[in-house]
Design a protein around this ligand. Structure first.
Ligand SMILES: Cc1ncc(C[n+]2csc(CCOP(=O)(O)OP(=O)(O)O)c2C)c(N)n1
Ligand SMILES: [Mg+2]
Length: 814
């Protein structure tokens, strides 16, 4: 809106409506600013732990929000409180509830107190973990703290609109109307100027330009990333100049790039109106570079900006404060005698905003402290009762007194005091003490829900709730290459589930480097089976975003070794979606990859320990053949959780018996398979080394050793029924084999079996782990033989265990 268009609008529409809208915007800007000012005080006085606020960035967000419609999605960062308020997905009381870490999701819907203040998100699932109608609300994917971490998923949120618009059947299916209206939804990204230095930003920007998706990317450019100025971050000191080559032309698609200023209300409104219409209607990605934004309170509550901003800069920041500028604009507005407000009227609005925010803050604090007070009173009563009959009365009284005197005690203080009383009275028995102990146990369960629930899905679609289905075989079932079984399984999946999309490097035209998707693109089209650029981070991001909008993506990472590029987005984003929202969001993405064993340093890696430790919250399946892999895909597609399936890279040309129920059999997670029974020792393995163990076990039999061979099948979850400990009860000896580094996934399995399953209890021999060498695997067959566990290694290690136990029967080999 230039002044002219504003006055045109004022004349042709209803000036009073226009005026009311401007004043509502002014009021919201004041409310958001007051929230920032008061929020900082709450942290500095110790009522909240950390604060990072959206002051200085209010106006641009208000302009953006005018274009945000139901069904649209945001993927942004910690400065966006005004945007969240403007799209009606956050109120001031909720903001403060978040700052105090209120653990009730009805009161703090963003993360139920799990994320630090300023990490936004909407509740997109109902209490049962099922999708709400996302077309009836404005949506925000849940923020994460790593700078530019919001970018990869933004790509998928935007790509989902493109899929919905161009898919032959989905948009007409009733079940998908809660996610789309013809693919007209826009994905809004926000990022700070400095965070554009990060790799995921560039990867996402490039991919969105290639894919031509409806993404509106706003850069809030305040010139700094904490203390480091923009000239040290960005080529040409300007993100729009640096990205100028992305600008679309008449003959080449690309980006539309807009530049505006964070204090210029009219120009901001006009810019977003154009930018969003373009993205929505034509599916063109748009960059809005919002320059001249500022940050009046500095970066966060961790320090003050006077340390790194010059006096001139500080002076400019206060002159060009967007609310001051907005105020000037309103006061000076005059369209043929029509005016909006006087300075006094604006002051009244600002005063009212101040009072409103204070009231909301007080209400949030009172709600927060009340939720703890009942626990405090209960604990004190119980401790007093213990004191009455205790010979340690004096010491207990001291604990009670310090709790009573504490200013706003938190749960930690209360439980800590109660536990101390239990320790003080460890030699006493009384009904009161039993009551206290029971209360502590009860609180532990309640706090588990507050602080530790939803690492995995808790809905009826959790992977562990899905009924498995055995593969069935005809009498004359043919033997086929493993890759054919996978391919035919994909065919069934794609035929029966229109919401499934498979994409990755070489996944489309040639059907995957191992031909597991052979012919699938031809049959199901480029939208559903597609090639992507070489960009592992955004392949995963694309999957996360699409999964958040009701699609069922299967993201292909060509080799397990290259999953490392994406481990950050898997660990920080995918693995935490359910946890960080306390069940408010989900992203049931399936990652398909292959590895363990091929050739050379970067095609033979098996860093399973790293993956399972980085990705708690994601299931990790390690099938030993392609029938098992297919069974995992089939089960996971019924479930609502993310998972990684690592196909054994050297198994595509190995013959497997063809099941007659391809596309239907489902392999359960967390259930190992005893593939061969034995009595002398238990050998536990998975993936490619499992297949070596199978050969080794035959050779051991020739040496008079009957090994029980167990395939764990999934590392996360791990043997939920403790089948391995039961095996140890029989064999009393344990050998764990894999091809990760030492103490990697073998260390994990050892801990699970010996500690969690109490397997140590059944052992007569020292447990042994056999893994690869700690260096990367050397090239060629000899390189493999001397780097990874071989059949000889497995046989000799197992034999060594038996030799130690019975040297007469099993004499030393060397
Ligand atoms: C990967 C990562 N590195 C470092 C940080 C610490 N950090 C938090 S915010 C920030 C600066 C971001 O600046 P900018 O993107 O310009 O956003 P602004 O805060 O200025 O709005 C840094 C370095 C982080 N959160 N994540
Ligand atoms: Mg910045």
């Amino acid at each position: 809106m230039t002044k002219e268009t504003v006055s045109d609008k004022a004349k042709t529409l209803d000036f009073d409506t226009f005026k009311a809208e401007v004043l509502a915007d002014y009021k919201l800007a004041c409310i958001s600013r007051e929230t920032s000012l008061l929020g900082r005080k709450e942290v500095l006085t110790g009522k909240a732990k950390f604060g990072i606020f959206g002051d200085g960035k209010e106006l641009a967000q208000i302009a953006l929000a005018k274009q945000f419609r139901n069904g649209d999605f945001r993927s942004g960062y910690y400065r966006d409180q005004t945007l969240m308020m403007a799209i009606d997905q956050l109120n001031v009381q909720q903001y403060f509830a978040g700052l105090y870490a209120h653990t009730d999701e009805d009161i703090e819907p963003m993360s139920a107190g799990r994320q630090m203040g300023g990490h936004f998100g909407t509740r997109n699932l109902d209490k049962n973990g099922e999708w709400k109608n996302l077309m009836e609300q404005k949506n925000s994917s849940a923020d994460i703290s790593p700078t530019a971490g919001q970018m990869p998923r933004l790509l998928g949120l935007a790509q989902a609109s493109k899929v919905y618009r161009n898919h032959p059947t989905l948009k007409d299916l009733e079940a998908f109307k809660k996610f789309t209206n013809g693919g007209n939804e826009v994905a809004f990204g926000t990022i700070g100027d400095a965070s554009t230095s990060e790799g995921p930003f560039w990867e996402t920007i490039n991919a969105a330009g290639v894919l031509q998706v409806p993404m509106v990317m706003s850069v809030w450019d305040d010139g700094y990333g904490i203390s480091v100025s923009r000239d040290k971050q960005t080529t040409k000191d300007s993100i729009s100049e640096a990205l100028a080559g992305m600008q679309r032309t008449t003959d080449k698609p690309g980006y539309e790039i807009f530049v505006t200023k964070g204090w210029d209300y009219a120009h901001l409104c006009e810019t977003y109106e154009k930018a969003v219409a373009l993205a929505r209607e034509e599916h063109v990605p748009v960059l809005v570079h919002v320059k001249e934004v500022n940050q009046p309170q500095g970066h966060s509550t961790s320090g003050s900006h006077e340390r790194y901003k010059s006096e001139d800069r500080l002076k400019w920041e206060s002159e060009f404060d967007c609310i001051n500028k907005f105020k000037e604009w309103i006061i000076n507005f005059n369209a043929d005698g029509l005016t909006i407000a006087t300075e006094d009227e604006l002051k009244a609005i600002a005063d009212e905003a101040k009072k409103y925010v204070r009231d909301c803050k007080n209400a949030a604090w009172s709600e927060f402290t009340t939720s703890i007070k009942s626990d405090l009173q209960a604990a004190i009563q119980l401790m007093k009762a213990v004191a009455e009959s205790s010979s340690n009365n004096v010491f207990i009284r001291k604990e009670i007194e310090s709790l009573e005197k504490a200013m706003d005690p938190i749960r930690k203080d209360i439980l800590s005091a109660a536990k101390k009383v239990l320790r003080i009275t460890r030699n006493e028995q009384s009904a009161a003490k039993t009551n206290l102990a029971n209360w502590i146990k009860q609180q532990t369960a309640i706090n588990y829900n507050r602080y530790s629930s939803h690492l995995y899905s808790e809905s009826k679609f959790a992977a562990l709730n899905i009924e498995p289905v055995e593969p069935t075989y005809d009498d004359n079932a043919p033997m086929e290459d493993g890759r054919i079984i996978l391919r035919d399984n994909y065919d069934k999946i794609l035929e029966t589930r229109p919401e499934v999309l498979v994409f990755g490097e070489d996944a489309g035209k040639i059907g995957g480097v191992n031909q597991t998707l052979e012919g699938m693109q031809e049959k199901y089209g480029e939208l559903r089976v597609s090639d992507t650029g070489i960009r592992e981070i955004t392949i995963i991001g694309q999957g996360i975003g699409m999964a958040m909008r009701g699609l069922r993506p299967i993201a292909e990472i060509q080799y397990l070794d290259y999953l490392l590029y994406a481990i950050q987005v898997i660990s920080d984003d995918l693995a935490t979606v359910q946890y960080r929202t306390k069940g408010g969001q989900k992203a049931p993405l399936i990652i398909s990859t292959r590895g363990h064993r091929l050739e050379g340093i970067w095609h033979s890696g098996s860093p399973m320990g790293m993956i399972i430790n980085a990705a708690r919250g994601v299931h990790v399946c390690v099938p030993r053949n392609m029938t098992k892999a297919a069974g995992f895909y089939n089960l996971l597609l019924e479930a609502d959780e993310p998972a990684i399936v690592v196909e054994p890279l050297n198994g595509y040309r190995t013959k497997e018996k063809r099941p007659s129920n391809i596309g239907e059999f489902k392999i359960p997670l967390g259930v190992p398979e005893i593939v061969k029974e034995g009595t002398d020792l238990t050998i536990v393995s998975y993936g490619s080394t499992f297949n070596l163990c199978e050969v080794a076990v035959k050779q051991l039999a020739e040496l008079g050793i009957q090994a029980e061979l167990i395939d764990v099948q999934t590392l996360l979850p791990f043997d939920i029924n403790h089948l391995i400990a039961q095996s140890l009860e029989k064999t009393n000896r344990l050998l764990i084999v894999d091809e990760d580094v030492s103490s990697g996934a073998t260390g994990f399995m050892l801990d699970k079996i010996l500690v969690e399953q109490k397997g140590y209890y059944h052992l007569d021999s020292a447990p042994v782990t056999l893994s690869a060498k700690d260096h990367r695997p050397a090239y060629s067959t000899d390189g493999d033989y001397f780097s990874k566990p071989s059949i000889d290694d497995i046989v000799e290690t197992a034999y060594g265990i038996m030799h130690e136990a019975d040297p007469a029967t099993f004499p030393a080999l060397y």
